[in-house]
Design a binder for this molecule. Structure first.
Ligand code: C5P
Length: 291
Protein backbone atom coordinates (compact mmCIF):
# COMPACT_ATOMS: atom_id res chain seq x y z
CA UNK A 1 0.00 0.00 0.00
CA UNK A 2 1.45 3.35 -1.06
CA UNK A 3 -1.46 5.67 -0.29
CA UNK A 4 -4.50 5.76 1.95
CA UNK A 5 -7.39 8.21 2.44
CA UNK A 6 -9.28 8.41 5.72
CA UNK A 7 -12.34 10.48 6.56
CA UNK A 8 -11.78 12.39 9.82
CA UNK A 9 -15.13 13.26 11.42
CA UNK A 10 -15.89 16.22 13.70
CA UNK A 11 -17.36 15.94 17.21
CA UNK A 12 -19.83 17.89 19.29
CA UNK A 13 -20.20 17.99 23.06
CA UNK A 14 -23.75 17.09 24.08
CA UNK A 15 -22.70 18.04 27.62
CA UNK A 16 -19.53 19.61 29.07
CA UNK A 17 -19.02 20.06 32.78
CA UNK A 18 -15.87 21.62 34.26
CA UNK A 19 -15.15 20.02 37.63
CA UNK A 20 -12.08 22.03 38.56
CA UNK A 21 -8.54 23.14 37.81
CA UNK A 22 -5.88 20.45 38.16
CA UNK A 23 -2.29 20.77 39.36
CA UNK A 24 -1.06 20.27 35.77
CA UNK A 25 -2.99 23.33 34.54
CA UNK A 26 -5.65 21.29 32.73
CA UNK A 27 -9.25 21.12 33.87
CA UNK A 28 -10.96 18.05 35.17
CA UNK A 29 -13.94 17.54 32.90
CA UNK A 30 -17.02 15.39 32.45
CA UNK A 31 -18.37 15.38 28.92
CA UNK A 32 -20.68 13.52 26.59
CA UNK A 33 -19.04 13.51 23.18
CA UNK A 34 -20.62 12.63 19.87
CA UNK A 35 -19.23 12.04 16.36
CA UNK A 36 -21.04 13.84 13.56
CA UNK A 37 -21.04 13.41 9.79
CA UNK A 38 -19.08 16.57 8.91
CA UNK A 39 -15.57 15.37 8.09
CA UNK A 40 -12.17 16.24 6.67
CA UNK A 41 -10.41 13.80 4.38
CA UNK A 42 -6.83 12.94 5.27
CA UNK A 43 -4.69 11.62 2.39
CA UNK A 44 -1.46 9.87 3.38
CA UNK A 45 1.28 8.87 0.96
CA UNK A 46 4.53 7.05 1.66
CA UNK A 47 7.65 9.07 0.86
CA UNK A 48 11.32 8.21 1.31
CA UNK A 49 11.76 10.32 4.42
CA UNK A 50 10.47 13.31 6.39
CA UNK A 51 6.96 14.69 6.85
CA UNK A 52 5.16 17.08 4.50
CA UNK A 53 1.78 18.58 5.34
CA UNK A 54 -0.28 20.30 2.68
CA UNK A 55 -3.87 21.40 3.02
CA UNK A 56 -6.77 22.78 1.02
CA UNK A 57 -7.18 25.52 3.67
CA UNK A 58 -4.78 28.46 3.52
CA UNK A 59 -5.13 29.09 7.30
CA UNK A 60 -3.83 25.68 8.32
CA UNK A 61 -0.18 25.54 9.47
CA UNK A 62 1.87 23.15 7.36
CA UNK A 63 4.77 22.42 9.73
CA UNK A 64 4.99 21.31 13.36
CA UNK A 65 2.32 23.89 14.26
CA UNK A 66 -0.14 21.39 12.81
CA UNK A 67 -1.28 18.63 15.16
CA UNK A 68 -1.41 16.20 12.22
CA UNK A 69 2.31 16.84 11.63
CA UNK A 70 3.08 16.17 15.31
CA UNK A 71 1.02 12.96 15.19
CA UNK A 72 3.03 11.76 12.17
CA UNK A 73 6.32 12.71 13.81
CA UNK A 74 5.34 10.89 16.99
CA UNK A 75 4.25 7.60 15.41
CA UNK A 76 7.14 7.51 12.89
CA UNK A 77 9.69 8.14 15.66
CA UNK A 78 8.14 5.64 18.07
CA UNK A 79 7.98 2.87 15.49
CA UNK A 80 11.48 3.59 14.19
CA UNK A 81 10.53 2.91 10.57
CA UNK A 82 12.60 3.98 7.63
CA UNK A 83 10.29 6.21 5.66
CA UNK A 84 8.23 9.36 5.74
CA UNK A 85 4.77 10.57 4.88
CA UNK A 86 3.09 13.24 2.83
CA UNK A 87 -0.17 14.40 4.37
CA UNK A 88 -2.81 16.23 2.38
CA UNK A 89 -5.73 17.51 4.47
CA UNK A 90 -8.95 18.24 2.61
CA UNK A 91 -10.33 20.62 5.19
CA UNK A 92 -14.10 20.85 5.62
CA UNK A 93 -14.31 21.30 9.40
CA UNK A 94 -13.98 24.98 10.42
CA UNK A 95 -10.72 25.71 12.31
CA UNK A 96 -10.69 26.38 16.07
CA UNK A 97 -14.46 26.00 16.18
CA UNK A 98 -15.08 23.54 19.06
CA UNK A 99 -15.48 20.66 16.59
CA UNK A 100 -12.11 18.93 17.22
CA UNK A 101 -11.02 19.56 13.63
CA UNK A 102 -7.29 19.42 14.45
CA UNK A 103 -7.66 16.48 16.84
CA UNK A 104 -9.58 14.36 14.34
CA UNK A 105 -6.95 14.93 11.63
CA UNK A 106 -4.28 13.86 14.15
CA UNK A 107 -6.26 10.73 15.05
CA UNK A 108 -6.64 9.88 11.34
CA UNK A 109 -2.87 10.30 10.85
CA UNK A 110 -2.13 7.86 13.72
CA UNK A 111 -4.55 5.25 12.34
CA UNK A 112 -3.53 5.89 8.74
CA UNK A 113 0.24 5.64 9.22
CA UNK A 114 -0.23 2.48 11.25
CA UNK A 115 -2.15 0.95 8.30
CA UNK A 116 0.08 2.41 5.58
CA UNK A 117 3.27 0.98 7.09
CA UNK A 118 1.50 -2.06 8.59
CA UNK A 119 3.03 -1.23 11.95
CA UNK A 120 3.00 -3.90 14.63
CA UNK A 121 1.80 -1.43 17.20
CA UNK A 122 -0.98 -2.16 19.69
CA UNK A 123 -4.18 -0.11 19.99
CA UNK A 124 -3.06 0.58 23.54
CA UNK A 125 0.14 2.31 22.33
CA UNK A 126 -1.79 4.31 19.73
CA UNK A 127 -4.27 5.41 22.41
CA UNK A 128 -1.34 6.50 24.59
CA UNK A 129 0.09 8.60 21.75
CA UNK A 130 -3.35 10.12 21.11
CA UNK A 131 -3.76 11.26 24.69
CA UNK A 132 -0.32 12.88 24.65
CA UNK A 133 -1.13 14.81 21.47
CA UNK A 134 -4.27 16.49 22.83
CA UNK A 135 -7.28 16.03 25.07
CA UNK A 136 -9.75 15.29 22.24
CA UNK A 137 -7.54 13.03 20.09
CA UNK A 138 -8.39 9.88 22.09
CA UNK A 139 -12.11 10.35 21.49
CA UNK A 140 -11.50 11.00 17.79
CA UNK A 141 -9.71 7.64 17.46
CA UNK A 142 -12.79 5.77 18.58
CA UNK A 143 -15.81 7.97 17.82
CA UNK A 144 -19.50 7.27 18.34
CA UNK A 145 -20.92 8.40 21.67
CA UNK A 146 -18.70 8.53 24.76
CA UNK A 147 -18.65 9.66 28.33
CA UNK A 148 -15.27 11.43 28.61
CA UNK A 149 -13.58 12.41 31.86
CA UNK A 150 -10.17 13.39 33.22
CA UNK A 151 -8.75 15.92 30.73
CA UNK A 152 -11.20 14.44 28.26
CA UNK A 153 -8.88 11.59 27.29
CA UNK A 154 -10.47 8.98 29.59
CA UNK A 155 -13.35 7.37 27.75
CA UNK A 156 -16.28 5.12 28.39
CA UNK A 157 -18.04 4.05 25.21
CA UNK A 158 -21.82 4.56 25.35
CA UNK A 159 -24.50 2.91 23.22
CA UNK A 160 -25.18 4.66 19.92
CA UNK A 161 -27.97 7.21 19.96
CA UNK A 162 -30.77 7.05 17.44
CA UNK A 163 -29.87 9.32 14.53
CA UNK A 164 -30.16 12.99 15.49
CA UNK A 165 -30.48 15.69 12.82
CA UNK A 166 -28.18 18.62 13.43
CA UNK A 167 -27.53 22.08 12.09
CA UNK A 168 -24.14 23.63 12.82
CA UNK A 169 -23.60 27.39 12.88
CA UNK A 170 -20.03 28.69 13.22
CA UNK A 171 -19.71 32.48 13.50
CA UNK A 172 -16.51 34.06 12.13
CA UNK A 173 -14.87 34.74 15.50
CA UNK A 174 -11.61 33.34 16.81
CA UNK A 175 -11.77 31.53 20.11
CA UNK A 176 -8.71 30.40 22.07
CA UNK A 177 -9.59 27.33 24.14
CA UNK A 178 -6.89 28.12 26.72
CA UNK A 179 -8.27 31.66 27.13
CA UNK A 180 -11.85 30.44 27.57
CA UNK A 181 -10.73 28.05 30.35
CA UNK A 182 -8.85 30.90 32.06
CA UNK A 183 -11.97 33.06 31.86
CA UNK A 184 -13.99 30.19 33.31
CA UNK A 185 -11.60 30.09 36.30
CA UNK A 186 -11.87 33.85 36.77
CA UNK A 187 -15.69 33.95 36.60
CA UNK A 188 -16.34 30.78 38.63
CA UNK A 189 -19.98 30.44 37.57
CA UNK A 190 -20.48 26.78 36.75
CA UNK A 191 -23.89 25.45 35.76
CA UNK A 192 -25.89 22.55 37.20
CA UNK A 193 -25.16 19.76 34.73
CA UNK A 194 -26.30 16.30 35.86
CA UNK A 195 -23.81 14.40 33.68
CA UNK A 196 -24.21 11.03 35.47
CA UNK A 197 -27.97 11.19 34.96
CA UNK A 198 -27.53 12.08 31.29
CA UNK A 199 -25.12 9.15 30.87
CA UNK A 200 -27.70 6.84 32.49
CA UNK A 201 -30.38 8.06 30.06
CA UNK A 202 -28.12 7.10 27.15
CA UNK A 203 -27.17 3.74 28.72
CA UNK A 204 -30.82 2.86 29.21
CA UNK A 205 -31.59 3.80 25.61
CA UNK A 206 -34.26 6.25 26.71
CA UNK A 207 -35.61 8.99 24.47
CA UNK A 208 -33.60 12.17 25.06
CA UNK A 209 -35.46 15.05 26.64
CA UNK A 210 -33.34 18.09 25.80
CA UNK A 211 -34.79 20.06 28.71
CA UNK A 212 -33.18 17.66 31.17
CA UNK A 213 -29.94 19.57 31.80
CA UNK A 214 -27.87 19.10 28.64
CA UNK A 215 -25.52 22.07 28.91
CA UNK A 216 -21.97 23.35 28.51
CA UNK A 217 -20.18 25.19 31.33
CA UNK A 218 -18.11 27.10 28.77
CA UNK A 219 -21.10 28.47 26.83
CA UNK A 220 -21.80 31.46 29.14
CA UNK A 221 -18.06 32.21 29.24
CA UNK A 222 -17.65 32.40 25.45
CA UNK A 223 -21.02 34.17 25.16
CA UNK A 224 -19.77 37.00 27.43
CA UNK A 225 -16.98 37.64 24.92
CA UNK A 226 -18.99 37.27 21.71
CA UNK A 227 -22.61 38.43 21.23
CA UNK A 228 -22.84 36.00 18.31
CA UNK A 229 -23.44 32.99 20.59
CA UNK A 230 -26.77 34.07 22.11
CA UNK A 231 -27.79 35.86 18.93
CA UNK A 232 -27.40 32.59 16.98
CA UNK A 233 -29.25 30.60 19.66
CA UNK A 234 -32.07 33.18 19.54
CA UNK A 235 -32.41 32.92 15.76
CA UNK A 236 -32.33 29.10 15.91
CA UNK A 237 -35.15 29.16 18.46
CA UNK A 238 -37.24 31.52 16.32
CA UNK A 239 -36.69 29.19 13.39
CA UNK A 240 -38.10 26.21 15.31
CA UNK A 241 -35.01 24.48 16.74
CA UNK A 242 -36.03 22.71 19.94
CA UNK A 243 -32.56 22.74 21.51
CA UNK A 244 -29.23 24.38 20.77
CA UNK A 245 -25.88 24.38 22.54
CA UNK A 246 -22.33 25.60 22.04
CA UNK A 247 -19.81 22.78 21.47
CA UNK A 248 -16.43 22.70 23.27
CA UNK A 249 -15.08 26.19 23.93
CA UNK A 250 -16.99 27.39 20.88
CA UNK A 251 -17.84 29.29 18.89
CA UNK A 252 -19.90 26.65 16.98
CA UNK A 253 -23.52 26.18 18.03
CA UNK A 254 -25.39 23.01 17.14
CA UNK A 255 -29.17 22.84 16.87
CA UNK A 256 -31.21 19.64 17.20
CA UNK A 257 -34.08 18.92 14.79
CA UNK A 258 -36.57 16.12 14.26
CA UNK A 259 -36.16 16.04 10.50
CA UNK A 260 -33.32 16.63 8.08
CA UNK A 261 -35.61 18.84 5.93
CA UNK A 262 -36.08 21.24 8.84
CA UNK A 263 -32.31 21.63 9.08
CA UNK A 264 -32.05 22.23 5.32
CA UNK A 265 -34.79 24.87 5.53
CA UNK A 266 -32.85 26.72 8.23
CA UNK A 267 -29.64 26.51 6.20
CA UNK A 268 -31.36 27.95 3.12
CA UNK A 269 -32.93 30.79 5.10
CA UNK A 270 -30.14 31.54 7.57
CA UNK A 271 -30.04 35.35 7.91
CA UNK A 272 -26.42 35.87 9.09
CA UNK A 273 -24.52 35.54 5.85
CA UNK A 274 -21.14 35.68 7.62
CA UNK A 275 -21.64 32.30 9.36
CA UNK A 276 -20.59 28.82 8.25
CA UNK A 277 -23.79 26.75 8.18
CA UNK A 278 -23.79 22.97 7.77
CA UNK A 279 -26.48 20.30 7.94
CA UNK A 280 -25.38 16.97 9.38
CA UNK A 281 -26.36 14.21 11.80
CA UNK A 282 -24.89 11.97 14.49
CA UNK A 283 -22.72 9.04 13.36
CA UNK A 284 -22.74 5.59 14.94
CA UNK A 285 -19.54 4.20 16.45
CA UNK A 286 -19.32 1.30 14.01
CA UNK A 287 -19.00 3.81 11.15
CA UNK A 288 -16.76 6.32 12.89
CA UNK A 289 -14.32 3.54 13.79
CA UNK A 290 -14.30 2.23 10.23
CA UNK A 291 -13.16 5.68 9.22
O1 C5P B 1 -5.39 19.29 25.17
P1 C5P B 1 -5.52 20.41 24.22
O2 C5P B 1 -4.21 20.81 23.61
O3 C5P B 1 -6.57 20.20 23.19
O4 C5P B 1 -6.01 21.65 25.08
C1 C5P B 1 -5.94 22.99 24.64
C2 C5P B 1 -5.99 23.92 25.84
O5 C5P B 1 -7.28 23.86 26.46
C3 C5P B 1 -5.02 23.53 26.94
O6 C5P B 1 -3.77 24.14 26.76
C4 C5P B 1 -5.70 24.07 28.18
O7 C5P B 1 -5.47 25.45 28.33
C5 C5P B 1 -7.18 23.89 27.87
N1 C5P B 1 -7.73 22.66 28.43
C6 C5P B 1 -7.95 22.56 29.79
N2 C5P B 1 -8.46 21.41 30.31
C7 C5P B 1 -8.78 20.37 29.52
C8 C5P B 1 -8.56 20.44 28.14
C9 C5P B 1 -8.05 21.60 27.62
O8 C5P B 1 -7.68 23.51 30.53
N3 C5P B 1 -9.29 19.28 30.07
Amino acid sequence: MEEIVLPAPAKINLALKVKGLRADGYHELEMIMQTIGLHDRVHLKKIAGGIRVVSSHPGLPEGSGNLAYRAAEFILEQSGIDGGVEIFIEKNIPLAAGLAGGSTDAAAVLKGISKLYQLKISDEVIREMASKLGSDVSFCLKGGTSYAYGRGEQLEQLPDLNKIHIILITPPVEVSTAFIYREYDRLKNGLEIPVSRLVEIIKQGKEINWQEGWANDLEPVTARLFNDIYEIKGILKEMGVKFSLMTGSGPTIFGILDKGEEALFIKDNWPRKEDFVFVTSTVKQEFSELW
